[in-house]
Design a protein around this ligand. Structure first.
Ligand code: SAH
Length: 191
């Protein structure tokens, strides 16, 4: 119910380009320029739900894109940090957060592979681009007891939406949730 309420309270039409305004409430992904997409609301809802957010939680998002997912998260936790690889999208999202009054979202341009160590550890980490593996820095920045949601698989093909839970001893419990198709994670490094 909390996730449903968050989805109802964030106006998706404010996050899509004017050219797609008529489809803003269609339950599918839409182009946002620079070869990227705003995710399907159904997938945004599932990923948000899997994070099991508490009102005092701090969340890191990789892949700000339109800012829609960050806005949903901001309704359910204390603070959202979000990183976007494409500078033009990052700038647009930042302006949008300011205009719409999402004061508990801080965003920046950068490679999310490195996470955002200054504000770590995070109760939740959400990756909204398809990665081949869990980036080491993101694992390090996840709090014991925290949850990460990440699409894992081959870019442009099928990926598995994966839920990673870190227990108090730092061990990971990894569970496949469902098949998804996300845009590729850029700037991935081998480890
Ligand atoms: N959460 C977004 C979905 C955007 S699509 C929304 O609600 O609209 C995924 C985004 O991830 C794209 O904007 C893409 O540029 C970004 N991305 C890809 N690789 C990244 C990386 N290494 N670091 C940060 N962002 C990345």
């Amino acid at each position: 119910p909390k996730v449903k309420a968050a989805l109802s309270s964030v106006p998706r039409d404010k996050f899509v380009p004017k050219s797609h305004i008529d489809s803003a409430f269609y339950n599918g992904p839409l182009p946002i320029g620079h070869g990227q997409t705003i995710s399907q609301p159904y997938i945004v809802a599932i990923m948000t739900d899997l994070l099991e957010l508490e009102t005092d939680d701090v969340v890191l998002e990789i892949g700000t894109g339109s800012g829609y997912q960050a806005a949903i998260l901001s309704q359910l936790c204390r603070q959202v940090y979000s990183i976007e690889y494409v500078p033009a999208l990052a700038d647009m999202a930042k302006a949008r957060f300011k205009k719409l009054g999402y004061d508990n979202i801080q965003s920046k341009t950068g490679n999310g592979f490195d996470g955002w160590p200054d504000h770590a550890p995070y109760d939740g980490i959400i990756v909204t681009a398809a990665a081949t593996h869990i980036p080491g820095p993101l694992n390090e920045q996840l709090k014991p007891g925290g949850r990460m949601v990440i699409p894992l698989g081959r870019p442009y093909f099928h990926q598995e939406l994966t839920l990673v839970k870190k227990n108090e001893d730092g061990e990971l419990d990894i569970k496949d949730i469902l098949g998804v198709a996300f845009v590729p994670f850029q700037g991935e490094r081998d480890e």
